[in-house]
Design a protein around this ligand. Structure first.
Ligand SMILES: Nc1nc2c(c(=O)[nH]1)N[C@H]1C(S)=C(S)[C@@H](COP(=O)(O)O)O[C@H]1N2
Ligand SMILES: [Mo]
Length: 332
């Protein structure tokens, strides 16, 4: 059997969705792997390092086939980046706040592509995962996504084998997955076994049917690729209590590019204050904070709104990245 036709057994069949942290739990800059959300549409395949191979084919001069040991011998690249689940493709405008900041290590796909010699008419890279099973009532032979070739050429797209300095657990894609920093998690194909270079989009249930967002005020849709600007308040906790007096409001902000500003409201969105925000380091999320003098006991609505370097800002509602709103009680 050709290696890219490997059909592993599924140790778990069907949708796996483990959402573990709420924003007020996200106190650590680096999310521990055990706290990371898990999303698998078809279940969890059992893949061994020994069986695993990656095929690179399609519009290339030299198709490649790489085994695990060979991958380890390639130059290693480490990327710290936000990792976000876009949520259910059946409900694309619902915010999930499933976000993490983690460190991936692997090989930059751009380097492998320069070895393979990609043709000038290449526009997309199709990424296949070894998981199989039913989704939306239909049999899938594999998980298949696509990313623009230009994103790969921009660098930092990894053929990854480590999460926070450790090998992956089965659920996170052991032994090897794709990681596309700055793109929603759905594009970071776990149990990766084939990259096919093409001159158009892949037509799978996960590319052209689901994971295309409606574009407001038009009939068009756009693929769920780049992460949109977003922010969450970590402290105070949602539905928590603070004492009358000075309190620090702080949280995380992120986007596919750097976040330039976060505004915070402590009066349900009537007025907004510029928070302090740290510059972005690598592709990490950014901490913002604001001193708040809570004068009056009672319930207050706190909101945070990020704006990124491209001038994109969070909408108040009706979108996955809608402004985050929490309620806190100020006590005497
Ligand atoms: N092969 C494969 N890769 C996949 C998926 C999948 O179902 N199969 N789910 C995607 C989705 S929707 C997300 S959010 C991320 C989740 O990665 P994690 O479970 O390692 O956090 O994996 C992506 N990669
Ligand atoms: Mo996801």
């Amino acid at each position: 059997m050709a290696p890219n036709e490997l059909k592993p057994a599924m140790s778990i069949e069907g949708l796996v969705r483990e959402y573990k942290l709420e924003p007020h739990h996200m106190t650590a800059r680096l999310t521990p792997a055990t706290d990371l959300f898990v999303l698998a549409h078809l279940g969890i395949p059992e893949v061994t390092k020994e069986d695993w191979r990656l095929v690179i084919d399609g519009l290339v001069d030299n198709p490649l086939e790489i085994g695990f040991e060979e991958l380890l011998r390639c130059p290693k690249r480490v990327v710290e980046t936000v990792h976000q689940c876009a949520g259910s493709p059946m409900n694309p405008t619902a915010p999930t706040r499933q976000i993490a900041n983690v460190k991936w290590a692997g090989v930059d796909l751009r380097d492998l592509f320069s070895e393979a010699g990609v043709h000038s008419n290449a526009t997309h890279v199709w990424a296949y995962g070894l998981d199989h099973g039913k989704f939306a009532g239909e049999d899938q032979d594999f998980y298949l996504k696509d990313v623009p070739f230009s994103r790969v050429q921009a660098g930092d797209v990894l053929i990854a084998y480590e999460l926070n300095d450790e090998p992956f657990s089965a659920k996170h894609g052991f032994p090897v997955r794709l990681v596309v920093p700055g793109y929603f998690g759905t594009n970071s194909v776990k149990w990766l076994n084939r990259l096919h270079v093409a001159d158009g989009r892949a037509s799978s249930i996960f590319t052209t049917r689901f994971y295309n967002d409606p574009v407001p005020e038009s009939d068009a849709t756009k693929p769920v690729w780049e992460i949109a600007p977003e922010s969450v308040i970590v402290a105070p906790a949602s539905d928590g209590e603070v004492k009358v007096g000075e309190t620090e409001i702080w949280g995380w902000a992120w986007s596919s590019c750097e976040v330039e500003g976060v505004e915070v409201s402590t009066d349900g969105g009537l007025t907004w204050n510029q928070a302090d925000i740290e510059p972005r380091s690598h592709r990490s999320w950014q901490r913002f904070s604001l001193r708040w003098l809570a004068r009056q006991a009672g319930t207050h609505e706190l909101l945070s709104k990020a704006t990124d370097a491209q001038g994109q800002t969070q909408p108040l509602d009706g979108a996955r990245n809608a402004v985050y709103v929490i309620s806190v009680t100020v006590i005497d």
